[in-house]
Ligand binder design. Structure first.
Ligand code: SAM
Ligand code: SF4
Length: 333
């Protein structure tokens, strides 16, 4: 059995045989213990299984977004009660980044509720990238769609990562978002890659998608010419006032199966246990780490939603014997 899994992963991860829903589903449907044993084996072959990379996410511009992402409290289409804010001042971003560094973060992610940055926003974003980078933190931006010129501008500023989630399968995408297309997302990922910025792209479970939709999302990511260096797997946080406020919970075992599959399909990528951890038990998170997740966001909030917070996270990580990935080891993520 292991030989089959190894052969499938090596054939596909090596790019010879692109992943298909069929080959990925075969792995997903393995007995749970076989699946997480295989994914853990691949995890150990690529990473220190006892370290977790810590990132911090800051909303540098909140609310009033013209896009209609069904899950998002920042969409202007949703009565989420959120007060929109202007772009944060550079000094405030830097002081927040310093706090994140003191809490052990090695990557600082800055998100803006935009469809895409306007030309007038670019100089401020460039200054933020340079200032946060000068603190010795890896920089990440998630600002919506980018033109090739915008990607080049941010690459020239030294931006390390760009987050742009495809969120779900191409089939299910129109059920979640109608103000842009799945191809729009893939286009920005290509612009980011061409500019030489590392890619962070993943998606969300719990929006009413099927298991095949979740697997198809991973097939799209794993079959990119260069798979994302970071793959965030979010569990939907049902935001009041959003179109998905009443979306059902995700079965924890199905969630862990997707973490394991992401690890097997993209063995060298960082698999990020992202939104929804406040609703996950310690045991569920422990199984996600075993299955191959090796990055989390720290802090009490994740944009406009709750996050476990540093006390709960440090208690969990120390009880599991997991240590924060140092900047030196960072290069592997
Ligand atoms: N505005 C940027 C964009 O859309 O690309 C950044 C959005 S946010 C920082 C990054 C990601 O968080 C989204 O692309 C989505 O995948 C995820 N996310 C947003 N709201 C969520 C929610 N309520 N539950 C789970 N994941 C969510
Ligand atoms: Fe806007 Fe991003 Fe929220 Fe979508 S996820 S509504 S693009 S802020």
């Amino acid at each position: 059995m292991l030989e089959t899994v190894v052969a499938v992963v090596e054939q596909s991860a090596g790019g010879q045989d692109p992943w298909t829903l069929g080959t990925a589903r075969d792995l997903y449907d393995l007995p749970f213990n076989d699946l997480i044993y295989r994914s853990h084996t691949f995890h150990r072959a690529n990473f220190d299984a006892n370290s977790v990379q810590l990132s911090k996410l800051l909303n540098i511009k909140t609310g009033g977004c013209p896009e209609d992402c069904g899950y998002c409290s920042q969409s202007a289409h949703h009565a989420s009660g959120l007060t929109a804010s202007k772009l944060m001042k550079l000094d405030d971003v830097v002081s927040e980044a310093l706090k994140a560094k003191e809490s052990g973060a090695t990557r600082y992610c800055m998100g803006a509720a935009w469809r895409s940055p306007k030309p007038r926003d670019e100089p401020a974003i460039v200054e933020m990238v340079k200032a946060v980078k000068s603190l010795g933190l890896e920089t990440c931006m998630t600002l919506g769609m980018l033109s090739p010129q915008q990607a080049e501008t941010f690459a020239d500023a030294g931006l390390d990562y760009y987050n742009h989630n495809i969120d779900t399968s191409e089939r299910f995408y129109p059920e979640v978002i109608t103000s842009r297309t799945f191809d729009d997302r893939l286009e920005t990922l290509a612009h980011v890659r061409e500019a030489g910025i590392k890619v962070c792209s993943g998606g969300i479970l719990g929006m009413g998608e099927s298991v095949d939709d979740r697997i198809d999302m991973l097939v799209t990511l794993a079959n990119l010419p260069v798979p994302p260096e970071s793959v965030p797997i979010n569990m939907l946080i049902p935001m009041p006032g959003s179109r998905l406020a009443n979306a059902g919970p995700v079965d924890p075992i199905e969630f862990i199966r997707i973490i394991a599959l992401a690890r097997l399909m993209m063995p060298a990528s960082s698999v990020r246990l992202t939104a929804g951890r406040t609703a996950m038990s310690d045991e569920m998170q422990a199984l996600c780490f075993f299955a191959g997740a090796n990055s989390i966001f720290i802090g009490d909030t994740l944009l406009t939603a709750a996050n476990p917070g540093n006390d709960r996270d440090s208690s969990l990580l120390s009880r599991l014997g997991l240590r924060p990935t140092s900047v030196e080891m960072q290069g592997e993520l």
